[in-house]
Design a protein around this ligand. Sequence first.
Ligand code: ADP
Ligand code: RBF
Ligand code: MG
Length: 303
Amino acid sequence: MVACGAVIGLATSTSRASLGRKLASKPWLHSVFAATACGDEVPEGKPAPDVFAEAARRLGVSPCDCLCFEDAPSGVQGAVAAGMRVVVVPSLPDAHDGLAVLPPNNHGPGVVELLPSLLAWQPVGYGLPPFADVIGGVVIPVTPPIRLRGPVVRGFGRGSRDLGIPTANLDADALLRGSVAEAVTGIYAGWASIGESADVHMMVMSIGWNPQFKNTHKTAEPWILADFDEPFYGKEIRLVACGYVRPEAAFSSLPALVQRIHQDAADTRAALAHPALAELQHDAWLAPGSSAGSSSGAAREVD
Ligand code: ADP
Ligand code: RBF
Ligand code: MG
């Protein structure tokens, strides 16, 4: 049982024996599930409702009181057929493609949300308390933080020109290395340093496809929350993203997006004052020259 009184069950296509092996490598999960139902314990597997109905029965709750988290179309179908409401979080490496797996008019009545990540799920929307580790009710700590670096390249020039918000776009290669390659798209709070300077600044960064503009390339674009006398294209930027703020979104207008980005910046400043995130401004990754030996070490001019 979680602190708010809810119970969590698992409905899986996996056999009981196989689940045992999988859980053996993740012992902390044992205490999470109050009940589990496996594929070999019910007459029909997903997309039939059987395994969901059985999990609810073992939990001692009615399926209509269950909120199911599913990543695959057959599971969504099964949970809806069992009478559950479903939050869909596609588990494809590329959430952008994942959203296309279930087009909006194909969801069925039981699907209440389609999210790019579990990080984007808001328990308060379901009458549950917020997660205990959320800072200021908004920012979720990312542990370990996402560390990335690379040369600052030119984008469309849109940040300063159309939004009044300059963003230092990273070289596309920088998105392929390390934990950022697997990171969920969204808006992140964190720390940045640039070029030969050891100064560390607050930053708020968008990682993804800018749905407002329907970009076809994934970008990482930090807005450094400091003033600079001149652009720093070509210099190396080092980033430690330690808080998840929200998913990317398309807004009804450009001013609405701009207003939201300013809110993100305010949320970021507040969250980075929290000791757990503040200490990361001293992360060794942010020191100039610390990239020796990494392929992204040298700053280079990009045209
Ligand atoms: P682009 O599309 O080329 O990224 P932007 O309008 O987003 O154009 O401008 C980004 C450039 O502005 C950055 O690459 C950087 O050199 C400069 N810049 C100046 N101040 C900032 C800041 N506070 N945060 C991010 N970039 C800044
Ligand atoms: N682009 C979007 O399309 N949707 C967003 O929700 C969004 N949020 C952003 C939040 C922050 C803090 C920043 C810095 C950028 C965000 N962007 C978003 C990216 C923005 O559209 C992009 O920086 C400009 O279009 C310039 O490339
Ligand atoms: Mg930019």
